[in-house]
Write a protein that binds this ligand. Structure first.
Ligand code: SF4
Length: 459
């Protein structure tokens, strides 16, 4: 990039050589020069290119940091959504944990704290890995409806108020897909490790519709070895005694009740039309219904929330004693309405790391450890999202979905099937997000989707 310019018009010169050794030099005009090298011994041409790219990234990072006197970013040059995948791939290539920590520092400029977190999470995840990605598999069912749309939402979530008339037809199409995938599971003799209903908020479906849906899932998608069955009930106002009874009777073992914050004013600002009181009520009902595992999600960096707000939210959550706590850092994706009004968000960037540490300490005080982690583009403070769980309560689905080492067959609105090969290559098959499009297309597209899945398993 001989002509690349940054801000004040300084040029960046990058020189890379790939002979016996790999050598990279990055110079900022009027600023610092960084040089690095690595051995190319035993590397394939593809691995050489990869390693050169890593050195270039590191060089730019270091040279810019030194030239502009920038504070080091704790994640260094790692920009991907799933940093733990890198750790697992280093481990699979024969590195031990000490060598992985050293590589995270030397190759990617990751801070010692984040390296320790990554390794801690990766170690905990490895007990969930299987010999092959295709036995067992997991199932995802997407229900893309919510009571209203939260202002930060970028998921497949259609408000019932405006799209409720599409629900019946959507459910009919989904029941068709459940039966067809169930037939394929039996035909191929697949074992299903976990089933996860997400969306959206699946508990917007109620009464006999919910009963019929869960009965069909139990009959067609669960197998004798299914060890986890989760239903997202993220919006507490959707949880009634009756709904919880239906979930419990269907054998659901894990639900999410997501406060996001324990401040009514923030809840209003972000368009979640429920109150803190609703969270307490839903949580008490779920405990009474004896749902074994309850997860709660919170978000750091919400509009006008500072450290004190997060502290209060965590104190309230500690009183409830959930089994899992998922700590998100606000990500302002393209589809989110908040992104269009950044002023309104008033994000407290400087306090981000302190909020993350508060959440970590609260999780630890509830006996929880981090077990999955991911990052997003445009994430608050350049931070991360972390799932914490008490011993024995970690969600196997969350680990498999995040690490992409297991085939996940996805049904319903916005479901993304991921067919994983033994060498961990992925083929993705997307269902339409829009419930109307899904309902129209499911019958016509199902045969082709099932055929692709069948070909994947039969090789
Ligand atoms: S509850 Fe979740 S899926 Fe539904 S609108 Fe809010 S953020 Fe989106």
């Amino acid at each position: 990039m001989p002509k690349a310019a940054f801000g004040d018009g300084r040029e960046v010169l990058i020189e890379a050589e790939s002979e016996d050794d790999l050598q990279v030099r990055v110079s900022i005009e009027g600023g610092e020069t960084w040089s690095g090298s690595d051995s190319a011994a035993g590397l394939s041409p593809k691995e050489r290119t990869q390693r050169i790219k890593e050195l270039v990234r590191l060089g730019i990072h270091r040279a810019l940091q030194a030239s502009y006197d920038l504070a080091p970013s704790p994640w260094g040059t790692l920009t991907g959504v799933r940093p733990t995948k890198l750790v697992h791939s280093l481990y699979d290539s024969g590195c031990d944990w000490t060598e992985i920590a050293a590589a995270l520092d030397a190759h990617y400029a990751v801070s010692p704290e984040k390296a320790e977190l990554l390794i801690d999470v990766a170690k905990r995840q490895r007990r969930f890995f299987h010999q092959t990605p295709n036995d067992p598999i997991s199932i995802y069912v997407g229900i893309p409806f919510c009571p209203t749309r939260c202002s930060y939402c970028s998921f497949a979530a259609y408000p019932l108020t405006s799209h409720g008339h599409l629900l019946k037809r959507f459910l009919s199409a989904l029941l068709l897909e459940i039966r067809a995938v169930g037939d394929l599971i039996r035909e191929l003799g697949l074992h299903v490790e976990s089933v996860y209903l997400g969306g959206g908020t699946p508990t917007t479906v109620t009464g006999s519709d919910l009963e019929e849906l869960l009965q069909l899932i139990s009959r067609h998608l669960l197998t004798a070895d299914t060890r986890e069955y989760t239903v997202e009930a993220g919006r507490p106002e959707t949880l009634s005694k009756e709904t919880l009874k239906i979930l419990k009777e269907a054998g659901v073992q894990r639900i999410s009740i997501n406060p996001q914050t324990m401040h009514d004013q923030t809840l209003q600002t972000i368009g979640r039309e429920h109150s803190v009181e609703d969270v307490h009520r839903a949580f008490a009902l779920a405990r009474q219904a004896e749902i074994p595992v309850i997860n709660m999600d919170i978000i750091l960096g919400l509009p006008r929330e500072r450290l004190g707000h997060v502290e209060h939210t965590l104190q309230e959550i500690k009183k409830l004693k959930p089994d899992n706590l998922t700590v998100h850092s606000l990500a302002l994706k393209r589809a989110s309405r908040l992104k269009n009004s950044l002023d309104e968000a008033h994000i407290a960037h400087a306090q981000g790391e302190a909020m993350v540490n508060l959440a970590r300490d609260a999780a630890q005080s509830m006996g929880m450890e981090p077990y999955y982690l991911y990052r997003q583009r445009h994430i608050f403070g350049g931070l991360e999202n972390i799932g914490y769980a008490r011993e024995g309560c970690a969600s196997v689905y969350n680990v498999q979905m995040m690490e992409e080492r297991q085939t996940i067959v996805a049904l319903g609105g916005g479901g993304m099937t991921k067919l994983v090969s033994p060498d961990l290559r992925l083929v993705r098959l997307a269902n339409p997000k829009c419930p109307a499009t899904y309902s129209q297309q499911v019958e016509a597209s199902l045969a082709e989707k099932l055929d692709q899945i069948r070909r994947h398993f039969l090789g």
